[in-house]
Design a binder for this molecule. Sequence first.
Ligand SMILES: NC(=O)C1=CN([C@@H]2O[C@H](COP(=O)(O)OP(=O)(O)OC[C@H]3O[C@@H](n4cnc5c(N)ncnc54)[C@H](OP(=O)(O)O)[C@@H]3O)[C@@H](O)[C@H]2O)C=CC1
Ligand SMILES: CC(=O)[C@](C)(O)C(=O)O
Length: 348
Amino acid sequence: MAAKIYTNKDASLVPLKKKTLAVIGFGSQGHAHALNLKDSGLKVVIGLYKKSKSREVAKKLGFEVMDTADAVKAADVIFVAVPDTVIPEVYAKDIAPNLTAGKTILFSHGFAVLFGDLKLPKDINVILVAPKGPGHTVRSQFVDGKGVPGLIAIHQDATGKAKEIALSWARGIGATRAGVFETNFREETVTDLFGEQCVLCGGASALVKAGFEVLVEAGYQPEMAYFECLHELKLIVDLMNESGLAGMRFSVSETAEWGDVSVGPKIIDGSVKKRMQKQLKEIESGKFAKDWIQEYKNGYPRFNAIRKEEAAHQIEKTGEKLRSTMSWIKQKKLKKGASQASYVSSSK
Ligand SMILES: NC(=O)C1=CN([C@@H]2O[C@H](COP(=O)(O)OP(=O)(O)OC[C@H]3O[C@@H](n4cnc5c(N)ncnc54)[C@H](OP(=O)(O)O)[C@@H]3O)[C@@H](O)[C@H]2O)C=CC1
Ligand SMILES: CC(=O)[C@](C)(O)C(=O)O
């Protein structure tokens, strides 16, 4: 049976109107939810650790900022918007000791609930409201009067109001303007990890880089390679988003469509699907999570080394150069050491 899509007509802000909402963390998702909820007329406080670089950013945006534990004490609904690997320690130290019966704890990804060994008391609601999009897009779409579609899930419903609260939060962040549907923590976690590793961030970056390298190594200008392999990818994916593969194929040339259907399957052949299936099993078994949590505990040695290598890739330099000389997209400046919430378009 097709999942029910909940929209604004199915969700009200009333359940949250008289509540205090705490957003723990003010990063990509945290700042977006907090600002959207505040713009929806709801009472939001921010919980951060003492030395957080986001404290000043949140204060400048009009929020009351507290230490994490105090925000949890003050709130009825607590959104844990800290990195997945950090959640267990923040939960144990600052959240769990301040959870009282009837509160609601909310996540935007189920990773910590599935793999973080959180000791969740039975007398609280545990819910998920997961926009299917990056936090900065959750905010920009809201400001533009639209919304990023999302998911809700109920892990624990101690008060009988968990779903009502989840839908109200989804409305407050604008997700029900687009539509949300109900899943469960395991399905959201596994499919989100799979998507970001094998298709979206991971798969797409690898494909884009490989195409760029093939052209540049064959002697073509890096700018040409960038245009073909990254710039135009957005335009093609936009078409797929708007009207499916058929819509994209309707719009591109016949030559491009023939290349798509006759060459594409040779580039992304059955072996890719087999590797995806293997990765899905590693995610489902918890092997990926165990390795990621260990990498965090080791201080990110592999992660930092790869990040350094990736930042120096020629495609990044080429992209920076093109974005600074040609105005075709609202540029966003990444400032070293800035908070995620300060990642705003340079045109402001
Ligand atoms: N990024 C995204 O678009 C998406 C993220 N999610 C989920 O949302 C959650 C948050 O991720 P994301 O928004 O990317 O996180 P970010 O890394 O963007 O931001 C993390 C925030 O947590 C703060 N923080 C770190 N440690 C603590 C602490 N001990 N106490 C309080 N605050 C702390 C950071 O402070 P500081 O500002 O000082 O660094 C920062 O503000 C995760 O569960 C993630 O999986 C889900 C969907 C999409
Ligand atoms: C935007 C999103 O949901 C991702 C890519 O899975 C994430 O940032 O975790």
